[in-house]
Design a protein around this ligand. Structure first.
Ligand SMILES: [Cu+2]
Length: 93
């Protein structure tokens, strides 16, 4: 009796937690994009990284919407990747 779960279930739950993580959504303000090619390259570069679920940049809005797993990738890594392409991350919301 009680809330105790068996060792097998426990392992299963833990594994699921680790693998699925939690999705974080951040909108980055990106300056320097001047055409659709710019937003496409940001989206592609980010999508290639581990831990990124979805990445879409919009040059007209000057933003990049990124869904990622905080356990697999840091926000710093995302910013670094965008800036390595030659754009500047001005902030986030
Ligand atoms: Cu461009």
């Amino acid at each position: 009796m009680g809330k105790e779960i068996c060792i097998i279930c426990k392992q299963f739950l833990l594994e699921g937690e680790i693998k699925m993580g939690k999705t974080t959504k951040t909108k980055f303000q990106v300056s320097g994009m001047s055409c659709n090619g710019c937003s496409t390259s940001i989206g592609r570069a980010l999508s290639r990284l581990d831990g990124i679920e979805k990445a879409e940049a919009d040059f007209q809005k000057g933003s990049a919407d990124v869904s990622y797993d905080e356990k697999a990738i840091t926000k710093e890594k995302i910013i670094e990747t965008i800036e390595n392409l030659g754009y500047k991350v001005e902030g986030e919301s």
